[in-house]
Write a protein that binds this ligand. Structure first.
Ligand SMILES: Cc1cc2nc3c(=O)[nH]c(=O)nc-3n(C[C@H](O)[C@H](O)[C@H](O)COP(=O)(O)OP(=O)(O)OC[C@H]3O[C@@H](n4cnc5c(N)ncnc54)[C@H](O)[C@@H]3O)c2cc1C
Length: 324
């Protein structure tokens, strides 16, 4: 038997954006429900050391941080429910989401915080060494490779930006690309080619990330030449896969305005989407920063936007009743 869960404020996603929206929403009296999805706690559950979330002098663990955020959200009055949403009806308020078991979630406002996932190459060795030298985020992990040798895989803007960023920490950065030219913007390419600490390896794909030690950490990569098929080896302490991200917006593509890369469009300087009462925060609407702290920041904004929207809607409804 399916159940209908109703709330003033429905939040989809339980990463830093969704949980921050929940903390603010609960403290504003909106008794939020958070639908957690397949990855309760979001992307930080898949990492270990986090050194850039403000408030902690020492390195903290991603899963611990998310447990704390969830505990705080619950403590102030959030209801956490586990479900994976498979369809949405945003045509009228309350907005309706349906879970894969048939349960229905209704909210007077909806905050979408479904995040984005980094694209990976899909190699077994890559999976094995994720967090042990293989990363998809230079801003998050570059600091751990100070003075070490790193490689970046990719040829678009993200890859070039990651390579340039990594020169803040490493004097030996190699960009590996499967073609003989880059897709990145011209100005980024010029900065890349002019940088004395960056080398580019053309026409190479990653055949295998090579680990050593117990537990194994990355020590290099086997590369395959796309023209000759020849295998070569490059030593590296860090390997950054920078082939793009995929925002989790499949559910919304026929309902909300998305940009060319599939991110939800919001009004500049706010979290308001094209549908009044529907807000988006975190990586699902932000392809520039993609950090836990920025996701949390926009989560806070979404709750404040939602609270103001409901206050105005309540006021209008009351005025209509008085006028009637
Ligand atoms: C390995 C790794 C290391 C990182 N390290 C750092 C770091 O050190 N510092 C830093 O600031 N950032 C780091 N990041 C980036 C950071 O994790 C993200 O920017 C942040 O998690 C984005 O938060 P979010 O809430 O927008 O989305 P996410 O964390 O992606 O959460 C999305 C949520 O939406 C839910 N969801 C999605 N679809 C559905 C659905 N259909 N139904 C129900 N729920 C759904 C998921 O279950 C999940 O709970 C790292 C990321 C990765 C992958």
């Amino acid at each position: 038997m399916s159940t209908t869960h109703t709330t003033r404020m429905l939040i989809l996603g339980s990463g830093p954006a969704g949980l921050s929206a929940a903390i603010y929403g609960a403290r504003a009296g909106m008794a939020p429900i958070v639908v957690q999805g397949m990855q309760p706690g979001g992307q930080l559950m898949t990492t270990t050391d986090v050194e850039n979330y403000p408030g902690f002098r020492d390195v903290i663990q991603g899963p611990w941080l998310m447990e704390q955020m969830q505990a705080q959200a619950e403590h102030v009055g959030t209801r956490m429910l586990w479900d994976q949403i498979v369809s949405v009806d945003l045509s009228r308020r309350p907005f309706r989401l349906t879970g894969d078991g048939g349960d229905v979630y209704e909210g007077d406002v909806l905050v979408i915080a479904t995040g984005a996932q980094a694209k990976w190459l899909g190699l077994d060795s890559e999976k094995l060494l994720q967090g042990k030298g293989v990363s998809a985020c230079a801003t998050c992990d570059g600091f751990f490779y100070r003075g070490k040798k790193v490689v970046v895989i990719g040829g678009g803007n993200t890859a070039v930006e990651e390579a340039l960023y990594l020169t803040n920490h490493s004097q030996d950065v190699t960009l590996i690309h499967r073609r003989d030219s880059l897709r990145a913007e011209r100005i980024l390419q010029e900065r890349l080619f002019a940088h004395p600490n960056i080398t580019v390896l053309w026409n190479k794909t990653v055949d295998r990330f090579v680990g050593a030690g117990d537990p194994a950490v990355l020590v290099g990569l086997d590369l395959k030449d796309t023209l000759t098929g020849e295998i070569s080896h490059i030593a590296a302490d860090g390997g950054f896969v920078a082939i793009g991200h995929k925002p989790a917006t499949e559910l919304f593509k026929d309902h909300l305005e998305l940009d060319a890369d599939g991110y939800i469009r919001v009004e500049t300087g706010s979290t308001r989407t094209a549908i009044p009462g529907v807000f988006a925060c975190g990586d699902v609407m932000d392809k520039t920063y993609r950090q836990a702290v920025t996701a949390a920041g926009t989560g806070c904004m979404a709750a404040l936007d939602a609270e103001r929207f409901l206050a105005e809607a309540d006021f209008e409804a009351q005025r209509e009743r008085v006028d009637a």
